[in-house]
Design a protein around this ligand. Structure first.
Ligand code: ADP
Ligand code: ASP
Ligand code: MG
Length: 416
């Protein structure tokens, strides 16, 4: 007998018929002798609909953040009740738990809260009595009992955090594709399912925009060594195991391509090249709780330089206003912005030992006449910012040039 956490995403629970399919899957695991703790998302695109309702009210005060979490958390509450009823109808003992009832303690950062602790005593009592706990993903409560949510896609993190604390044998993330692919299979037709991928690569892919897993879920899984598998709710198969490096001798050069349109770029031109200027520009941006991703400062010419950085697209308008203010204060020449950009990243642990990936990537983009606006690299990742309208073309061209649809490893010949 083993203990597993099974998480089902929005598409997997989009209707009552889908919920029945999920309940039957859980039942199969029970019949195989496993104890199961279930985590679910809101049905279909219900969270998007709730966000749209709040946008209609259009009250952009910080007090609205608390209410936003009360609103968003309601989506998952519907699913836990319906799935528990369905499981009981099929003859199982099941009981629903909101984040608060499951005692998922978070910090107080509304809409982007982090899980601090989970008191699993009451869930354990249920498991010991043969009851399947059905826990609402994506939500918790802060130290003052306010409802909090974990950021879009956060149900994965609920599942992995529970799996870590319950020390389960496997955490299974059921979704609408058959595992982790070399890139989004909805965008690139030839994308291939990976049997295994390392935590490190998965973390890069997730944090660079591949929404198959929430990046904090991967962080948790890596930190607490939770065996994590991504599988399809609709089709049987082995899925993708996310694991530590070193299981196979041969490391792929590139494991995957991630991309996101959730990007905007801001440039402040003609700033003085003196100590403290980066802090004068980015200080007020971070005080406004705006996350900055890439940063580029050009080499100074006549003691003046240009400074460019990227933010999430939803923060663009606010960041632009702040930057215009800063420009006046520090006597900069001009502020420019562009919110029609996208970021594409190639990820692979094999990059550590192979030169030439970057130059090949740039050549492929050049051959498609795609201009690179910004570049950033880490040991196992190269990211470029490009015009959003060329994103899909770029993803397809790179996927094919690096032969990610085939089994062979691509060895670039040039050096960086
Ligand atoms: P869920 O609602 O189950 O959490 P999501 O929509 O959050 O599902 O994530 C699954 C989607 O992630 C897939 O439908 C696919 O379009 C997208 N995706 C992006 N990158 C990848 C990738 N590398 N492998 C598989 N799916 C990916
Ligand atoms: N329902 C939330 C969302 O759509 C959380 C999740 O699905 O993981 O973002
Ligand atoms: Mg998701």
């Amino acid at each position: 007998m083993s203990l597993i956490v099974q998480k089902f995403g929005g598409t997997s629970v989009a209707s009552v018929a889908h919920i029945e399919n999920v309940a039957r899957r859980i039942l199969t695991s029970r019949k195989e002798g496993h104890d199961v703790v279930v985590v679910v998302s809101a049905m279909g695109d219900d969270t998007d609909k709730l966000v749209a309702l709040a946008e209609e009210v259009d009250f952009r005060d910080c007090r609205a953040q608390r209410e936003m979490d009360v609103l968003l958390a309601s989506g998952e509450q519907v699913t836990i009740a319906l799935l528990s009823m369905m499981l009981m109808k099929l003859g199982c003992k099941a009981k629903s738990f909101t984040g608060t009832q499951a005692r998922i303690q978070t910090d107080a950062v509304h809409t982007r809260a982090r899980i601090l602790n989970i008191d699993i005593a009451s869930l354990k009592v249920q498991i010991d009595q043969g009851i399947i706990p059905v826990v609402a993903g994506f939500q918790g409560r802060d130290s003052e009992d306010n409802i909090t949510t974990l950021g879009r896609g956060g149900s994965d993190t609920t599942a992995v955090a529970l799996a870590a604390i319950l020390e389960v044998d496997e955490c299974q993330i059921y979704t609408d594709v058959e595992g982790v692919f070399t890139t989004d299979p909805r965008v690139v037709e030839g994308a291939c399912r990976l049997d295994v991928i390392t935590f490190e690569e998965m973390l890069e892919l997730a944090s660079q925009g591949s929404r198959i897993l929430h990046s904090r879920a991967v962080e948790f899984a890596s930190k607490y060594q939770v065996p994590l598998r991504v599988l399809s709710s609709f089709k049987d198969g082995p899925g993708t195991l996310i694991t530590n490096e070193g299981q196979s001798m041969e490391q792929p050069l590139i494991s995957g391509i991630a991309f996101t349109r959730d990007e905007a770029k801001l440039t402040i031109l003609g700033v003085k090249d003196i100590p403290g200027i980066a802090s004068a520009i980015l200080g007020p941006i971070s005080e406004a709780n705006i996350m900055v991703d890439m940063i580029v400062q050009n080499v100074a010419d006549d003691m003046s330089t240009d400074f460019t950085f990227t933010v999430r697209r939803e923060d663009y308008d606010q960041a632009l206003k702040i930057l215009e203010n800063i420009a006046q204060k520090i006597g900069a020449k001009e502020v420019k912005g562009n919110n029609k950009i996208a970021k594409l990243s190639m990820v692979g642990v094999g990059m550590r030992s192979h030169a030439g990936v970057a130059s090949k990537m740039f050549r492929v983009l050049a051959d498609e006449s795609i201009n690179i606006q910004m570049i950033s690299t880490s040991e196992i990742k190269i990211s470029v910012v490009i015009n959003e309208k060329y994103l899909e073309l770029a993803a397809r061209a790179l996927h094919s040039a690096f032969d990610l649809s085939g089994a062979s490893l691509d060895e670039p010949t040039t050096t960086d």
